[in-house]
Design a protein around this ligand. Structure first.
Ligand code: MSP
Length: 504
């Protein structure tokens, strides 16, 4: 059976989750659900990155221990995953003793084989990024990502021989042009490697909140090495069975561009050093912006995802994320834009299409789906659409995939207007025509529901239910999205409006 392993970054727990975190988790969930609908065996991983400076400082500020702080915060991240309807197979915490031990084993092996050595180092450090910066990469002396001034840090640290992997990394990039997507990000990562790689410090001496270096407990493992390893350690202990042979290499690591360098350079080098295969793809999506700036905890311009979902529902939110902002590019989101799409596209175009279709099948055919004399016109367009949708999903073009389905939604609305079933109903001799229209509308909606399922899991199950179809796995399989698979004779079931009027 084909497998599919998808991950989100593991999120920092120095503060509460925001919409940016929900965004990546939902994207990963969309992929996980789609690949399950394709009949694949999926493993979907998310979790929290709990060691390092920001978490330790946040705890200190609150006058509690780091462990108390992270234990509390993790619950909010877990609750977010549940609230967005994420179907993650596991939630990894880097404070899990099983992860801690696995990291220690991993790093000990690199040390034993000579990939790690001790050296004194002095540099400018941004503790929000947990990374050193060269002077030339700062903007007005400040971190380009956080706008804060880095601190001068000098320590004796353990270093990983990253420089040894420069040639192998470049060769890998050349041999795997789809490794980093979109392509612009591949070029960015490649040119970074080409500029020359220096060895990196993989331990910290001044920090206590981390995983002790096994051969020198006065230091802890650099939080990025600890964090990146989660993608493998989780597979080792998530279920009790070692899932590495089954699911590694990962098919997709999803993330925004802020952490591209760690995933496209350090992570592959660590994997090469330890003899693991490299992940198949990194997909780098853009930033959600608010008021033109990246939404971030450090900047304070964040929306509370829980509030948005309480007001509009989880599916509308999931839909909006990929409809409003082309997946892979930066884009601005706003409550206004959200409400517009809710009303125009969800309530009017999709919601009304379903309620009209159900109402007409009830009125004109006693709630029974009639057979169609003719659906040939839809067979090819339908098949073409499904093919294009699948291709878009397979290249993680979530926005493109959604657009394909929306074209079908719109053409079905046009079909209602053009064929005017209410006129056909007045003439008994045209009953076969009327039946075909009703069948095709229900069939179109059934196909939309299957294809939209990864994006709007609750709504699409409700669509199928109203169409008289239980939402079991077989009815949701992508291969069922073909015109004519729907059986005439089922009874439609009227239900609630899919997208009720918003409260002012
Ligand atoms: N802990 C590290 C990741 C370690 S992965 C081995 C980290 N955590 S984070 O909490 O800062 O999460 C960063 C990620 O959150 C981004 O890469 C992206 O996936 C998501 N986003 C955070 N803010 C976002 C936006 N404003 N817009 C889009 N995605 C956002 O980095």
């Amino acid at each position: 059976m084909k497998t599919f392993y998808v991950t989100t970054p593991i999120y920092y727990v120095n503060d509460v989750p925001h919409i940016g975190h929900a965004y990546t988790t939902i994207a990963a969930d969309v992929l996980a659900r789609f690949h399950r609908q394709m009949g694949e065996k999926v493993f979907f991983l998310t979790g929290t990155d709990e060691h390092g400076n920001p978490a330790a400082r946040a705890a200190q500020k609150r006058g509690i221990t780091p462990q108390e702080h992270v234990d509390e915060m993790v619950e909010k991240f877990k609750a977010l995953a549940v609230r967005v309807n994420a179907t993650n197979d596991f939630f990894i915490r880097t404070t899990d003793p099983r992860h801690v031990q696995a990291v220690q084993r991993f790093i000990q092996r690199l040390y034993d084989q000579g990939d790690i050595y001790l050296k004194s180092y002095r540099g400018l450090y941004c503790s929000a990024c947990e990374a050193f910066y060269a002077e030339k990469d700062l903007v007005d002396g400040k971190c380009p990502d956080h706008g804060t001034e880095p601190e001068l840090m000098e320590e004796e640290n353990y270093f990983f021989r990253l420089s040894n992997y420069q040639e192998r990394l470049l060769a890998f990039f050349d041999a795997h042009p789809g490794f980093v997507q979109p392509e612009s990000r591949l070029n960015e990562a490649r040119s970074f490697i080409q500029q020359g790689l220096e060895d990196i410090s993989i331990s910290r001496a001044t920090l206590e909140w981390g995983i002790p270096i096994p051969w020198d407990e006065s230091q802890v493992v650099y939080v990025w090495v600890d964090a990146l390893l989660n993608y493998i350690t989780a597979l080792e202990f998530a279920t009790g069975e070692d899932l590495v042979p089954k699911f590694w290499p990962a098919d997709y690591h999803l993330m925004a561009k802020d952490i591209l360098k760690f995933h496209a350079v350090i992570w592959p080098a660590l994997l090469m050093a330890s003899g693991y295969e490299l992940p198949r793809h990194l997909f780098i999506h853009g930033y959600l912006l608010m008021g033109g700036q990246k939404m971030s905890k450090t900047r304070g311009n964040v929306l509370d995802p829980f509030e948005v979902m309480d007001a509009y529902g989880v599916d509308a939110f999931r839909f909006y994320c990929f409809r409003e902002v082309a997946f892979g590019q930066d884009g601005t989101i706003s409550m206004e834009g959200f409400e517009n799409r809710y009303k125009a596209e969800l309530a009017n175009e999709l919601g009304n299409l379903l309620s009209r279709t159900i109402a007409m099948i009830r009125k004109y055919n006693d709630s029974v789906l009639p057979p169609a004399d003719d659906h040939a016109a839809f067979d090819t367009t339908g098949a073409q659409l499904v093919l294009e949708f699948r291709k878009a999903m397979e290249r993680v073009d979530l926005t493109g995939a959604l657009e394909k389905v929306w074209r079908l939604v719109r053409s079905l609305n046009k079909y209602v207007e053009d064929s005017a079933p209410w006129k056909l109903a007045k003439d008994v001799s045209r009953k076969p025509e009327l039946d075909s229209v009703l069948y095709n509308l229900a069939e179109g909606l059934r196909i939309c529901a299957i294809l939209l399922h990864p994006f709007m899991p609750e709504t699409t199950v409700e669509i199928l239910r109203q169409l008289g179809l239980p939402a079991h796995v077989e009815n949701l399989a992508v291969e069922q999205a073909a015109w004519g698979r729907g059986e005439p004779g089922v009874m439609v079931v009227p239900g609630r409006p899919l997208f009720p009027k918003l409260q002012e």
